[in-house]
Design a protein around this ligand. Sequence first.
Ligand SMILES: C[S@@+](CC[C@H](N)C(=O)[O-])C[C@H]1O[C@@H](n2cnc3c(N)ncnc32)[C@H](O)[C@@H]1O
Length: 210
Amino acid sequence: MAWKKYRFGTRFYDALSGEWAVYRAGRVAGIELMGLRAGDTVLDLGCGTGLSFELLVNAVGPPGHVIGVDASAQMLQVAAKRAVRNGWTNVRVVQADATKLSAEDLADEGATPQIDAVFSAYALSVMGNHPTVLERATRLLVPGGRVGIVDMQRPVGAAAIFTPLARLACAMGGADIEAHPWEWLTQRANNVKQTSRRGGHIQAVTGTLK
Ligand SMILES: C[S@@+](CC[C@H](N)C(=O)[O-])C[C@H]1O[C@@H](n2cnc3c(N)ncnc32)[C@H](O)[C@@H]1O
């Protein structure tokens, strides 16, 4: 249960996550690459404290919706506060284990939302069973729905000298640096777009399932 690591110290997650120095760049790139449209409903899998919410809210606009899913009640508490503090009334959070996610988990007042896009940043490499997570989540997508994955690998080329640092960052967050969850998508999607940041350490991949 990798998410159990994310029950403690969640108030300090944002400060300790290297967001501004390293990881925000990948989040920005991945969300831009997804080409979300105004009015879309996007699922943020393993949303954590909601660090992607602002970018997702801006991409889907006031008519759109962001549903943050995470197994950790403590991370979601921070995420929900972020949404309230910023007046994002089109954001809601759902506590669920992504390896068992179903449409019922996402139901709101008895209605199951239409999901236009599934996004996940720095979470699939933590979950341990990303193929199951992606299979379950993408089953909920509308036909032609988009998938966006931002995650980590070892830096490449000249940046390979930073591999020990990258390994440390992943180990601290419980992420498997060799998981490469975006490969699930590149093997199954049309219109694959891929970019990288921070010497290849961050990979952002989007596509539409065949
Ligand atoms: C490294 S954090 C990333 C959070 C956020 N996406 C971000 O970009 O900052 C990984 C998150 O995945 C969540 N997580 C891990 N396993 C999970 C599971 N099986 N189901 C749902 N969430 C899970 C953890 O609780 C944690 O909030």
